[in-house]
Design a protein around this ligand. Structure first.
Ligand SMILES: [Mg+2]
Length: 234
């Protein structure tokens, strides 16, 4: 396989998941005794572990106290999420299914780089019937550092598929944090303005390519195959 495309999940492939957001509050209360929504921080693009840490810090907890129960907290999150996910109206973003289908047809290796804990990530994608497209991933349960998640995903591609990392990896995400991680991992970055950040925000963060959304599969394929012209942005 010659190319690897790594997708973020929330606000890149799907709108968002209420169950995932509720699972944080439930776990923070149960494990740390803290009654807090994650809305007290800007969590877009942060890994789940970092969201837990930052929200608890905002609520006055110190590092040692937080780290002691971090694993328990993730476990409670997963259990609670699994209990309520059936009633979670997760919505796949427009154009995603067609794009994934096209990339698979072209024999492009598809993976995930998401801050979500692995069981939660997989369950969200299963709910919208796109889980089978993704052959590997770096997940929020693997590490709290998004750059490392990209490296983990690339390693899995090299270990398990006929793939060698060169200039052939593309990272797709909706936040400057995705773009920053992609640049640190030395992959090509594609920003999509389907989250809270505009095309201008994503361009400013240094994305190699910026798209309004994933509806125009031909434009996406032009990026992957090196035929993309910058004037397409206008
Ligand atoms: Mg996202």
């Amino acid at each position: 396989m010659k190319k690897l495309v790594l997708f973020d999940i929330d606000k890149t492939l799907i709108k968002h998941s209420d169950a995932h957001i509720s699972a944080f509050s439930e776990a923070l209360k149960k494990v740390y005794g803290i009654d807090s929504s994650i809305d007290v921080i800007n969590y877009d693009g942060l890994t789940d572990q970092l969201i837990i840490i930052e929200v608890l810090k905002k609520n006055g907890l110190d590092d040692d106290t937080i780290k002691l129960k971090l694993k328990d907290c993730m476990k409670v999150m997963i259990d609670f999420f699994n209990k309520i996910v059936d009633n979670d109206p997760i919505i796949l973003l427009d154009g995603v299914k067609k794009l994934l289908e096209e990339l698979r047809k072209d024999n492009v290796l598809l993976g995930l780089v998401t801050g979500s804990l692995e069981p939660i990530a997989k369950s969200k994608l299963k709910k919208v019937s796109v889980d089978s497209y993704f052959k590997l991933g770096g997940f929020g349960s693997d590490d709290m550092d998004r750059t490392k998640l990209i490296k983990i995903a690339i390693k899995k591609a090299e270990d398990n598929f006929d793939f060698r990392f060169s200039d052939n990896v593309f990272l797709v995400g909706d936040t400057p944090r995705d773009i920053k991680a992609g640049k640190e991992a030395r992959v090509k970055t594609i920003g999509v303005a389907t989250g809270i950040y505009s095309k201008e925000d994503l361009e400013k963060s240094g994305a190699d390519f910026v798209l309004e959304n994933l509806k125009d599969k031909n434009r996406f394929l032009e990026i992957i195959y090196g035929n993309y012209k910058k004037e397409n942005l206008v």
